[in-house]
Ligand binder design. Structure first.
Ligand code: GTP
Ligand code: MG
Length: 199
């Protein structure tokens, strides 16, 4: 899919105030610093559309981006960041949960996971929660530029093994790098297929 336009629409902390349009949308979620905002910039080819930072906790709101005037990408705050205060952690958690529970336009979530790390309980728990709430999702492994291909393969295999303890099959997944533009075409083609299936 060619990205002809990508524009910021609105930020807010209340799912009720998200855009009212019925355009299909896709949300990026995962631990703080995993690369959600960077991935949005890589996919859209716009360097600073979504704000990124080396420090975790950069994205603090639900951010809607309108792509090709006919679908939305959503950048969310990260979960599991230990250094934000307990109360703001609770607030994030609450509006993330509300976003996923009430946003009817959401076609699929993408759960981002850093390819360098072993499966983390917080990610596994979040994916289980999505499953329990019948919210479709794919996994996006990020930062693939940091590892050699053989190691990537091994880490993905290890991840599959752990997922199969909870799931009948490994969810759909992508291996990506925002700094090297790896996985861009695959993720965009997948979104295009989903968009087409809704027509
Ligand atoms: P929060 O908004 O804090 O939840 O973080 P985020 O998940 O949006 O992460 P963000 O995109 O801000 O990136 C965090 C850090 O990881 C930044 O320093 C990015 O440059 C770096 N980063 C993101 N993606 C990649 C990648 O594919 N490869 C490498 N090497 N670094 C990356
Ligand atoms: Mg972010």
């Amino acid at each position: 899919m060619l990205i002809k336009s990508a524009e910021f629409v609105v930020s807010n902390s209340d799912v009720a105030k998200c855009p009212k349009s019925s355009l299909p949308e896709y949300a990026f979620i995962g631990r703080s610093n995993v690369g959600k905002s960077s991935l949005i910039n890589m996919l859209t080819g716009r360097r600073s559309l979504a704000k990124t930072s080396g420090k975790p906790g950069k994205t603090q709101l639900i951010n809607h981006f309108l792509i090709n005037k006919n679908w939305h990408l959503v950048d969310l705050p990260g979960y599991g960041y230990a250094r934000v205060s307990k109360s703001s952690k609770k607030t994030f958690q609450k509006f993330i949960t509300q976003y996923f529970s009430y946003r009817e336009q959401l076609v699929s979530a993408f759960v981002l996971v850093d390819i360098r790390h072993k499966p983390q309980p917080i990610d596994l728990e979040f994916m289980n929660w999505l499953g329990e709430n019948s919210i479709p999702f794919s996994i996006i492994f990020t930062k693939a530029d940091k590892l050699k291909p053989k190691v990537i393969e091994r880490h993905v295999d290890d991840y599959k093994k752990v997922m199969l303890e909870f799931w009948e099959e490994m969810p759909n997944y992508f291996v990506t790098s925002s700094s090297k533009s790896i996985g861009k075409d695959d993720v965009l083609a997948y979104i295009e297929t989903l968009n087409d299936s809704l027509k």
